[in-house]
Design a protein around this ligand. Structure first.
Ligand code: ADP
Ligand code: MG
Length: 693
């Protein structure tokens, strides 16, 4: 239809608006092509002369007929554009309290911030065995689809849940898992699906924390594979985790908390079996009080500890091991309270003679107090020919102490994940799996550092996976319908990914710089110059939207990163002398925890490898000690390989407001998230596959 036929009197359109993003209006006079003004009336009755120009001001988007508004699959709309998508989502959400809508192949889930009665067992049963198109959009419908396709196509499946912090990813992932536990329950081992679900409270206790965006924010990514037998009963599970936010162990911003487990322990300090931990209120510990509010509204930490312990027991973690886990956690809190006193020279420091926290730390970990005291304030410096001992300034010693605390926590976290995996391992024959990915969404803050860089890198990879999947589907559609092949202009983010991971990309530059200055300096140079115009120039050439390499920071696809701290975080070293003391712990679990991964696999784990302090000076930063960036790159690579070998299903969670307010919809926030994830592009493409529309 021509413009003259479309933009006639009474036709309704969407015009851009500052606050609402898109505002409804009605045309009051027929428009003729080429005219500079379109006469409009807004819903409040005001009239508007809307400027139309050949380039700058295109004609506004047309509104869909009311009868289509509220459709549960947006590809059914006559006009598919951003205002139509937004309007439909908003109307469904606000007027019918429908939080789920299909946008082509994506299930959009808007966080209601209110408990809805749509997740009960009867709802699971209602969705089980049904066709996706016959039922209202639901996370259970997506789960059922994955379950069905697993059997029908004899192919592994993935459910990829994305969205920003607080959008509802973890809740969605849990409901998907609950669906599988119910429909895939097995008759002979009734316990296994319960065990799979029991991994959730444990992982939340040790990997979730209160942030300003979400009271229960996951500070790690996870991909959990639920394993099925040839009869499609659950027989086990396996979990991979990504990039735990270690810095939280030693630092929390205002109104944020450390990992839940610490507060659970402190709230239970008076339990007789916890007496030996010498804990008290979380307010008394440096590492748990930096956010200045140790409480979360509606959360009872002591009660949650009971649940955590039950989950551990269900997964077969013995009481003695649970006790060891809690002991190590308590030791971290005591370590944070060890007072390091600066000496007058400014270059050395000491720990007070009777520091009770140091005593508790050493007692709980079963390590030598004098040694620990010494190596908390001194360091070894190895050159090619000699080894020196050096004093540390109090600032250096504090940094080193915090690095040690983070390291202990990270090792314990990995140990627990390993243990859960062992408990969920199956001895019977694995037939197929459904993987659920719950990973942090794209993130930008005022100041973006290494963590945001890694998170956004992961999201670029996921976006690429999504794009190529949609592209493939479209290709198939065109072939089937024998429509002449038109290439749809796709946003290709390969240049951005190359910039990060290709040879001489950012990750390489970082590692190179870490090799040049391998010694962990606890007081790093505040002005690093590892990224410079010349070396980044090599990789920026192909891409226009990411460039600008500065000494202080760099800009990568609209996000500016601050270089400060990158090297240190990428290197992530702790002092070997301190680790050696822990390796020599009289407690098996502690000693095992700190064995190098390589040592552990070569020697039988029961044999404790006590390495004396006088080890021959080693080349620091040994080859096998991979940098964080490098490790993350490898684990992402593996994840992509896994995902690409499965049939993907996408769930995109939307956070409708920043105040955790029930059923309240901020259009600006919603549009921001829709634009960021490529949903809009997809539905346009999905719709293009059906020429009748
Ligand atoms: P994310 O993992 O994306 O950071 P969560 O899944 O932890 O976010 O959700 C944050 C909070 O939002 C939850 O603790 C819960 O209060 C609320 N929420 C999320 N999804 C739902 C839902 N489907 N129904 C009710 N509340 C929800
Ligand atoms: Mg989460």
């Amino acid at each position: 239809m021509s413009v003259n036929e479309l933009y006639t009197k009474f036709t309704r359109v969407w015009i851009p608006d500052q606050d609402e993003v898109w505002k409804a209006a009605e045309i009051t006079r027929d428009y003729k092509e080429g005219e500079p003004v379109l006469y409009l009336q807004l819903e409040d009755g005001t009239t508007l002369e809307y400027q139309v120009g050949p380039k700058a001001n295109p004609l506004p988007f047309l509104r869909n007929p009311d009868i289509l508004v509220g459709e549960n699959d947006l590809t059914a709309l006559s006009y598919l554009h951003e205002p139509a998508v937004l309007h439909n989502l908003r109307v469904r959400f606000l007027e019918s309290n429908h939080i789920y809508t299909y946008c082509g192949i994506v299930l959009v889930a808007i966080n209601p911030y209110e408990q809805l009665q749509i997740y009960g067992e009867e709802v699971i049963n209602a969705y089980s065995g049904q066709n996706m198109g016959d039922m209202d959009p639901h996370i259970f419908a997506v789960a059922e689809e994955a379950y069905k396709q697993m059997a029908r196509d004899e192919r592994n499946q993935s459910i990829i849940v994305s969205g920003e912090s607080g959008a509802g990813k973890t809740v969605s992932a849990k409901y998907a898992m609950r669906f599988f536990a119910t429909v895939g329950g097995s008759s002979n081992d009734a316990n296994v699906e319960e065990k799979v679900l029991a991994s959730n409270p444990i992982m939340e206790a040790i990997g979730n924390a209160k942030t300003t965006r979400n009271d229960n924010s996951s500070r790690f990514g996870k991909y959990i594979q639920i394993v099925f037998s040839k009869h499609y009963h659950i027989i086990g599970a396996n979990m991979r985790t990504y990039l735990l936010e270690k810095s939280r162990v030693v630092f929390q911003a205002e109104e944020e908390r450390n990992y839940h487990i610490f507060y659970q322990l402190c709230a239970s300090a008076s339990l007789p079996e916890f007496k030996e931990f010498s804990l008290n209120s979380a307010e008394e510990f440096h590492y748990t009080s930096l956010g200045e509010n140790i409480f979360i509204e509606g959360v009872n930490d002591a009660e949650d500890l009971v649940k955590t312990r039950e989950a551990f027991s269900l997964l077969g973690v013995k009481e003695s091991n649970q006790s060891s886990i809690f002991k190590i956690l308590a030791s971290i809190l005591h370590l944070g309270n060890v007072a390091i006193v600066a000496e007058r020279d400014g270059e050395s420091c000491r720990i007070a003679r009777n520091d009770v926290h140091l005593q508790h730390f050493c007692r709980l970990l079963g390590v030598e107090l004098q040694q620990m005291e010494h190596w908390l304030c001194h360091r070894k410096l190895a050159t090619a020919s000699e080894t020196f001992m050096k004093t540390m300034s109090s600032k250096q010693a504090l940094n080193a102490r915090d690095a040690l605390a983070k390291h202990i926590y990270a090792r314990l976290f990995d140990w627990i994940v390993e243990h859960i995996n062992k408990a969920l391992q199956t001895s019977s024959k694995q037939h197929s799996f459904i993987g659920v990915l719950d990973i942090y969404g794209f993130e930008t803050f005022e100041v973006n550092s290494f963590e945001q860089f890694c998170i956004n890198y992961a999201n670029e990879k996921l976006q690429q996976q999504f794009n190529s999947h949609v592209f493939k589907l479209e290709q198939e559609e065109y072939m089937k319908e024998q429509i002449p092949w038109t290439l749809i202009d796709f946003y290709d983010n390969q240049p951005c990914i190359d910039l990060i991971e290709a040879r001489l990309g950012i990750l390489d530059l970082l590692d190179e710089e870490c090799k040049v200055s391998p010694d962990p300096d606890p007081d790093p140079d505040p002005d690093p110059s590892w990224i410079s115009d010349q070396n980044l120039g090599l990789v920026t050439m192909e891409t226009s939207s990411s460039s600008l390499a500065l000494h202080q920071g760099f800009l990568l696809f609209q996000v500016e990163y601050q270089c400060e701290g990158f090297l240190e975080k990428n290197r992530d070293t702790v002092y070997e002398e301190q680790i050696n003391i822990l390796k020599a712990s009289q407690f098996q679990l502690v000693a095992n925890l700190f064995q190098d991964k390589d040592d552990a696999s070569s020697s039988k784990s029961s044999k404790v490898n006590i390495r004396p302090l006088k080890t021959a000076p080693k080349v620091p930063n040994k080859e096998h000690r991979k940098t964080v960036g490098h490790q993350f790159h490898s684990s992402l690579h593996l994840l992509m390989q896994t995902l690409n070998a499965t049939t993907p299903h996408y769930v995109r969670c939307i956070k409708p407001n920043d105040y955790k307010e029930a059923f309240s919809f901020d259009s600006r926030r919603a549009v921001q998230q829709l634009r960021a994830c490529g949903v809009l592009e997809t539905i346009r493409i999905s719709a293009a596959g059906y020429p009748s529309r």
